[in-house]
Ligand binder design. Structure first.
Ligand code: HEM
Length: 536
């Protein structure tokens, strides 16, 4: 950046002048003063009291007091890496330009730098990486046309389809607001009133809910987006990342427990160490494409993020691959301060009318202005690698003025007859969908809440089904019987055997415990502790 470069140049020439008194590695404060004593505060006599003008101490301690920014409200625990995306120039066998004019995809072999952040979703920034949860898979492409963020998860679908439900869903999944103890009670209370979550719950409680690490998992954009070609014609598109080199590996609950007993950062460590030893993970980017309409011939709505698009009808078309080959130099600067958002698109990529996607798009940059700060886009990890020129000025921690070279510093507005920034010429044909509908608050017409959950259940291998049933029983046995009843009904709607096995598992678990149905494991633990203290 212009401001950053100037600062570096000034510092270099000043430091040369200070060379007689300072070494290249002399400790200074942030005002540039050399620090002669970093072990002792200034005191009246060597036993104190301290004086308040200890500038170095105050700067050091007050900065330390502010070292943490708020953790992400979801996806707080994560790991990141740099790399590149290499385009194939094609979508399957066809030229990619048939569907999108986005420049990064057009030329075979063309490389675009990327930064990726993987994460867990619900748990806090210090939580173990073995917990059952979807995994985040967020990719920032620093393209020649500005940044594109593809903010996805490992699983291809989501719990809900309406963004109005998202804050409640996250509250229900987070630890109890009184005890701060995490558990399945809130989750299943919410899900039993949200039948559209049955499919996602089927994935999350199977081994697919605990990927072995971040390298051996898939990624997906989940929401439906659009691609727009040179004629301005749009198609619906879904994005998927396939781990071609590493393959896919998921864990049983027992395997996860064993890892968790030894290591709460196994996935971060695995990614970091693989890249350090030159074993660079790779994913192939595939897209599924549908014409841009509501597809009345399908049983489901193509804009519904709780649905898979069947791969036999909508094949995976390969469009490029991504390689991660460089670890961050500083975790905080690059991973913690990284800010991804679904609104960050380049020409040739567009939104669909997927409501969840629209809700997300508001949420990301809003939270980032709070979490990182108003000028979060000036930080190197978030700034595009191409030129930026805006009339946005001021705000906390503005680091430089992002104006065009030679632009008058007086003209920070547009339009102007005298100077300042000018609008770009519209060369590409705009994509202009046409809308005719009443403004309503309504559910979609084709919810199809259970069918695909049944398809997914039947597609699992035997061991995956066994794990799914035992994980669900272990969670549901802690819940109210009314919740158990509804969940069994949902699983039965999906697949008769699925529902029956969960019911049998719950009946057996109750028999084993010899307890009444409403008693939770937590109640039992409390009674156990009481008995022990009584005996003592
Ligand atoms: C992070 C909101 C659905 C993937 C976040 C954050 C918010 C948020 C506020 C924190 C961002 C930050 O602090 O930088 C929402 C809302 C959703 C939604 C309102 C639905 C209405 C989804 C879905 C996916 C997803 C469907 C998967 C496709 C992610 C990922 C991150 C994230 C990967 C972490 C990004 C990073 O690594 O920094 N989301 N989200 N979210 N979300 Fe969502």
């Amino acid at each position: 950046t212009e401001g950053g470069r100037q600062l570096d140049q000034d510092r270099e020439s000043y430091s040369r002048n200070a060379g007689e008194t300072e070494q290249h590695n002399t400790l200074t404060d942030r005002q540039g003063h050399p620090i002669h004593d970093n072990q002792n505060v200034r005191t009246v006599g060597n036993r104190g009291p301290m004086t308040l003008e200890n500038y170095h101490f105050l700067e050091k301690i007050t900065h330390f007091d502010r070292e943490r920014i708020p953790e992400r409200v979801v996806h707080a625990r994560g790991a990141g890496a740099h790399g590149y995306f290499e385009a194939y120039g094609k979508a399957g066998d066809e030229p990619v330009s048939k569907y999108t004019r986005a420049k990064l995809f057009q030329t075979p072999g063309k490389r675009t730098p990327v930064f990726v952040r993987f994460s867990t979703v619900v748990h806090g920034s210090g939580s173990p990486e073995t917990l059952r949860d979807p995994r985040g898979f967020a990719v920032k492409f620093y393209t020649e046309e500005g940044n594109w963020d593809l903010v996805g998860n490992n699983l291809k679908i989501f719990f809900i389809r309406d963004p109005l439900k998202f804050p409640d869903m996250v509250h229900a999944f987070k630890p109890d607001p009184v005890s701060n103890v995490p558990g399945p009670v809130g989750m299943f209370d919410f899900v039993s009133r949200s039948p559209e979550a049955t499919h996602m719950i089927t994935f999350v409680f199977s081994p697919w809910g605990i990927p072995a690490n971040y390298r051996q998992m898939q990624g997906s954009g989940v929401n439906t987006y659009k691609w727009v070609n040179a004629e301005g014609t749009g198609v619906l598109v879904k994005y998927h990342w396939e781990p071609i080199k590493q393959g896919i590996k998921n864990l049983t609950q027992k395997e996860a427990n064993e890892i968790q007993g030894m290591n709460d950062s196994h996935a971060t460590q695995d990614l970091y160490e693989a890249i350090e030893r030159g074993d660079y993970p790779e994913w192939e980017l595939c897209v599924q494409i549908m014409s841009d309409d509501d597809h009345p011939e399908l049983e489901f709505d193509p804009l519904d993020p709780t649905k898979l698009w069947p791969a036999d009808q909508f094949p995976f078309l390969k469009v490029g691959k991504m390689v991660l080959d460089r670890n961050p130099e500083n975790y905080y600067n690059e991973v913690e301060q990284a800010a991804f958002g679904t609104g960050v698109l380049v020409d040739g990529l567009d939104f669909s009318d997927d409501k969840l996607l629209q809700g997300r798009t508001f949420s990301y940059s809003d939270t980032q202005r709070h979490r990182v700060g108003t000028n979060y886009l000036q930080l190197p990890i978030n700034a595009p690698k191409k030129r930026v020129a805006t009339n946005q000025r001021g705000g906390q921690m503005q680091y430089f003025v992002d104006k065009a070279p030679g632009q008058s510093p007086h003209v920070d507005y547009e339009p102007s007859m005298t100077d300042g920034l000018k609008e770009a010429q519209q060369t590409a044909k705009p994509h202009q969908p046409n809308y005719h509908a009443n403004l309503v608050r309504e559910k979609i017409d084709r919810p199809l809440d259970f069918k695909q959950a049944g398809d997914t259940y039947r597609a699992f291998e035997n061991w995956e089904r066994d794990e799914l049933i035992s994980n669900l029983v272990a969670a549901l046995i802690q819940c109210d019987t009314r919740i158990q009843e509804v969940m069994v009904e949902y699983f039965t709607n999906a697949d008769e055997e699925y529902g029956r096995r969960v019911r049998e598992g719950l009946d057996q678990a109750k028999k084993d415990r010899g307890s009444d149905a409403s008693k939770s494991i937590r109640d039992e633990a409390v009674q156990d502790a009481e008995r022990k203290s009584h005996d003592a």
